[in-house]
Design a protein around this ligand. Sequence first.
Ligand code: NDP
Ligand code: 2IT
Length: 445
Amino acid sequence: MLNIPNIMDQVKKRNPGESEFHQAVEEVLESLAPVFEKHPEYLKAGILDRIIEPERQIMFRVPWLDDEGNVRINRGFRVQFNSAIGPYKGGLRFHPSVYLGIIKFLGFEQVFKNSLTGLPIGGGKGGSDFDPKGKSDDEIMKFCQSFMTELYRHIGADLDIPAGDIGVGAREIGFLFGQYKRIKNAYEAGVLTGKGLTYGGSLARKEATGFGLVYFVREILAANNDSYENKEIVISGAGNVAIYACQKAQEYGAKVIAMSDSKGYIYDKDGIKLDTVKQIKEVERKRISEYVKHHPNAEYHEGQRNIWTLKCDIALPCATQNDIDIESAKILINNGVKVVGEGANMPCTNEAVKTFLENNVLVAPAKAANAGGVATSALEMSQNSIRLSWSFEEVNNKLNDIMVNIFKAADSASKEYGMPGNYVAGANIAGFLKVAEAMMAQGLV
Ligand code: NDP
Ligand code: 2IT
């Protein structure tokens, strides 16, 4: 038997103050307890102790000059968590809230997620406490160049392949790639993913996380004899994941009635006009509140979390971690929510997830449901290696198949371990088993 409180005491002692990392580990441990019971050899080989300890953690100073000529200093991170099944792979997050605990929680989750994709990618994550909001393009470029001037020595197409996450999109990846290429004096296209289409990017990578989420939830609905037809959906966030989740859900005939950003949410009972959201967020980089200027019948409300007071059939949290706490979960349940699809990483607190499951709300866990992004990053790496590019349809079909397979893996693991319909446990177990097998085979490293 795993003594989870005891293990968690150790985790907290070894990783002080890193509450998001503690939370991510606790959730996985609870799912894995029956696996360790069935496979005592994993415990004996130290798989548990090793899988919660990053292989390498890098922290560095990022100096840059702002437009007024002031010296600015940020902190950069890259946590190379686990390379048992492939090179470290995972995004970079630029957000003022970033510290080691956030990067470690994301890197830890990435290990299981990347395993679930079925593709040969290990787990890592990085980023900085740099805040891109309100910065000029010049400042963004100077920051990215300085960040890469240190990061370049730790990454590589067969070693560690960063991509985007919160605050890191096509613009930032372009600046990062340019600086990497300049320093290395070589065109190593596969060192970053999420690249622009003119220099090695993959069609459908931009859409992949949001589309993949909607494919995964489609599978959950179908397994429960349901579909998107006549469903009302609330999506938090208005970034990369949220926008393309909205697009695919609308294509499937669902009505998306609300979206948000970090300041507040918009409610459009007639259905969100996504072109307006794209213009505001992708082009103008402004607040979501601008939406009501274009659509006066819609409403804007301050307070990002208040979006969960809206009645909906499906909730897709696509903004950031701990967006849905237990209070929001209870309101959603009282309002009749049927499915919660986690587009963001760890958007529900552990208590919220438990409450959903106890009340028969279907939960599509982040490690499975948002894996379409990193899976398509791996497809971008494949295309870079063979120096060919596939059509949008080809990549999208592969993405769809991958999401169906992830669903099957999570579903069958949940059944095998006696928790049918608990896709949270199913995804954790299925993701873990492949990594654990590889670690066993490779000895004590
Ligand atoms: P973006 O930076 O494109 O968008 C983030 C969105 O969330 C913005 O609308 C932002 O608002 C909003 N937001 C609200 N509250 C917060 C907060 N406290 N901190 C940060 N953002 C907040 O990021 P992505 O869409 O890429 O990422 C969203 C989530 O999805 C993250 O959890 C990320 O880890 C996860 N994810 C992303 C993948 C990808 O391929 N991009 C793949 C898998 C998971 P505002 O506009 O005000 O900043
Ligand atoms: O959380 C994630 O999976 C991502 N931000 C995408 C990572 C990637 O390497 O594409």
